[in-house]
Design a protein around this ligand. Structure first.
Ligand SMILES: NC(=O)c1ccc[n+]([C@@H]2O[C@H](COP(=O)([O-])OP(=O)(O)OC[C@H]3O[C@@H](n4cnc5c(N)ncnc54)[C@H](O)[C@@H]3O)[C@@H](O)[C@H]2O)c1
Length: 400
């Protein structure tokens, strides 16, 4: 069993730490956020992921897991830091790999010959090679092994999927892929596929661009359905009876740290060749604007009918059902935009305790106080509720 040092103790790094401890490895976690480090060292978890806190608390107590803001020597280094984008004046946002570079520099300060470095953060093409060049230049260590091994987990089911999903190992050379394959074999039960680093980088970006393009199709159809008075969920359900058709779910946009960002990493490098990918990104962003216009129109109509300023009840803020993650969330953007426009909005999000910009209320309170009910995220907790007969706008298929 190995000593592993994980950089970034967030939605990916922390569950990975737990799974590696399960497999008998010693894990040292590094995070630049002192609050995160202190909370983990006290056995607490700062993100919502089922069963994670029990495991972290157990391994902190046993000494198998420790967290710190400074690195430790190890045999295996894993990078799981954020890779956001920076908005640019041009249409295409610019990938930001500053956190990966910073983690790589820190690894360079402790790496030794024969160690393994694994890049799990979603990255633009060529980043793995750049990480090798950077670490070897700073550390003067040449004989270390490096592979790009992207994550494919579903938030809410991360602990299971880290073990059961198939994995891609994109080594800089065959020896690197072989060594890192053997490490993944110690905790991964899914199929492990070896390839080169560039292919692995493009695999991850292609998977998320594929989903984005297909959701854009569903979102486009949902607007056409609205204009025709057709129920989009019924339409998709019937279409999907076709043996070779599988239309994805429409929603109030597309969010999260992956699908809403990663397609831009391809488009940034290939602006001329990615017309479809860019259009899908724009179509999905425009769906949120369309939703805002719909809500405004409906609330104007209701205000006239009821002769008063109406209250809009919004249900769901996270970027997908049954999680607490608000990153790039279209539901949150919609709520903030409605508030900015001076509309009277009341919000229910059962998966988080509070929000800095507005109060959160229980489902029953929002339902009772609001004149218009707007469902933005299809949380399971909403499905069990009896929803009253007030006017409803459903953008997540809750009522279907
Ligand atoms: N969340 C997902 O479902 C998911 C799925 C697949 C891939 N990914 C990818 O995994 C990567 C990590 O995503 P996440 O959701 O875990 O992010 P996160 O924001 O939840 O966690 C990242 C952590 O890294 C820390 N950090 C930043 N710079 C650091 C540094 N130099 N050294 C050590 N720690 C540092 C941050 O403080 C933060 O706690 C991203 O590239 C993301 O695209 C995420």
């Amino acid at each position: 069993m190995a000593k592993c040092c994980i950089f970034g103790l967030g939605y990916i790094g922390l569950p990975t730490a737990a799974v590696l401890c399960d497999a008998g490895h010693q894990v040292f976690g590094v995070d630049t956020n002192l609050d995160v480090v202190e909370s983990i060292n006290s056995g607490k978890v700062h993100i919502f992921e089922p069963n994670l806190e029990e495991k972290i608390s157990k391994y902190i107590s046993s000494g198998d897991l420790k967290a710190s803001i400074t690195p430790s020597k190890a045999e295996i280094f894993i990078i799981a830091v954020p890779t956001p984008f920076n908005n640019s004046k041009n249409r295409i946002p610019i990938p930001n790999i500053d956190y990966v570079i910073s983690a790589s520099k820190t690894i360079a300060s402790v790496i030794k010959e024969g160690d393994i470095v694994i890049l799990e953060s979603t990255c633009p093409i060529g980043t793995t090679r750049n990480v090798y060049d950077l670490i070897s230049k700073i550390s003067k260590v040449k004989n270390f092994h490096l592979a790009y091994c992207p994550e494919r987990v579903l938030p809410g089911n991360i602990l299971k999927e880290l073990v059961s999903n198939s994995r891609v190992i994109g080594g800089l050379n065959q020896l690197d892929s072989d060594k890192i394959f053997n490490f993944y074999k110690t905790f991964c039960e899914g199929k492990i596929i070896k390839t080169d680093s560039k292919t692995a980088e493009l695999v991850k970006l292609s998977e998320n661009a594929f989903r984005d393009v297909n959701i854009a199709f569903a979102n486009e159809m949902s607007i056409i359905c609205n204009k025709l008075g057709v129920n989009p969920w019924e339409l998709i359900n019937i279409c999907n009876q076709h043996p070779r058709v599988n239309i994805l779910n429409p929603g109030c946009g597309v969010g999260g740290h992956c699908i809403a960002i990663d397609p831009w990493f391809i488009a940034h490098k290939f602006p001329e060749e990615t017309k479809l990918i860019q259009q899908a990104r724009n179509t999905n962003n425009q769906k949120s604007e369309w939703v805002i216009t719909q809500i405004e129109t409906k609330s104007r109509e209701l205000s006239l009918d009821l002769s008063k300023k109406i209250k809009i009840g919004c249900f769901g803020l996270s970027f997908k059902p049954d999680i607490d993650d608000l990153r790039e969330s279209p539901a949150l953007k919609i709520v903030l935009n409605l508030i900015e426009k001076g509309l009277d909005v009341i919000v229910c999000e059962p998966n988080i305790n509070s929000h800095t910009d507005f109060d959160l209320c229980d489902f029953e309170i929002v339902e009772e106080k609001a004149d218009l009910l707007v469902f933005l995220v299809n949380h399971s907790k909403f499905k069990t509720k009896n929803i009253n007969k007030k006017p409803i706008l459903d953008y997540c298929g809750l009522l279907n």
